[in-house]
Design a protein around this ligand. Structure first.
Ligand code: DX5
Ligand code: ZN
Length: 214
């Protein structure tokens, strides 16, 4: 069964306390938290203190997506609140060293690629990853249109992980909805991030169940 990681980026943060129990009851697997610094991406979102508050109100594993410049500077801090901790291949840190540090600090490691980065660029790092995240929009904002060019990259990563004998989670992020989720799953995605689609749904538990039964 595919896993679901709702992104709270476009949610009203003050409503999260009521929404988190609904997520727990409907079998949400992770909670996707987008950290933006206004430099690596042209937007600013949240940091460790907000994640800490969310963590105090839920047992759902936290899936932290760092969209920050030179993320190695902040790994120690985010590792205190994250369960899954991911950063961008393009963000200017030593990729192997940063992935190793994440694992040493007790988190699951995730390496993320932007739409213009080919899947092959990260093949050598797969043994150090628990998950890879393929962006299906330019990172920075919720509510954008899904880029279908992300699908062959998912397929290539799925093939390469099998060739290397790795059991790897492959996550996709951006523009996931009832129409694009099945395509992503068919390509080999095992974790779907969905922001607007979940938070604009009238019946959140039903939407979560529908997406997870794909
Ligand atoms: C974009 C973020 C996404 C975003 C997804 O940079 O990484 O997680 O919140 O939102 P939707 O599902 O609305 O595209
Ligand atoms: Zn994200």
């Amino acid at each position: 069964m595919v896993k679901l990681s709702p992104s709270v980026l476009t949610a009203d943060f003050l409503t999260l306390k009521e929404i988190l129990p609904q997520f727990e009851a409907s079998g949400v697997d992770m909670l996707h938290l987008d950290v933006m610094d206004g430099i690596f991406v042209p937007n600013i979102s949240l940091g460790v203190p907000v994640i800490k508050s969310i963590k105090a109100h839920t047992n759902i594993p936290l899936d932290v997506h760092l969209m920050i410049d030179r993320p190695h500077r902040y790994i120690k801090e985010f590792a205190t609140v994250a369960d899954w901790l991911g950063f961008h291949y393009e963000a200017g840190s030593d990729v192997a060293a940063t992935l190793k540090e994440i694992r040493e600090l007790g988190c699951k490691s995730c390496l993320t690629i932007k739409p213009a980065t080919p899947a092959e660029a990260i093949f050598e790092y797969l043994p150090l990853c628990d998950m890879v995240l393929v962006m299906s929009v330019e990172p920075g904002f919720g509510g954008q249109k899904f880029m279908p060019d992300s699908l062959p990259k998912v397929e290539a990563l799925r093939r390469e992980a099998a060739r290397q004998g790795l059991s790897l989670e492959i996550e996709i992020d951006g523009g996931i909805n009832a129409e694009t989720a099945p395509m992503a799953v068919a390509a080999g995605v095992s974790v779907l991030v969905a922001g607007n689609y979940i938070f604009s749904a009238e019946d959140v538990p039903a939407t979560v169940k529908a997406i997870k039964s794909l």
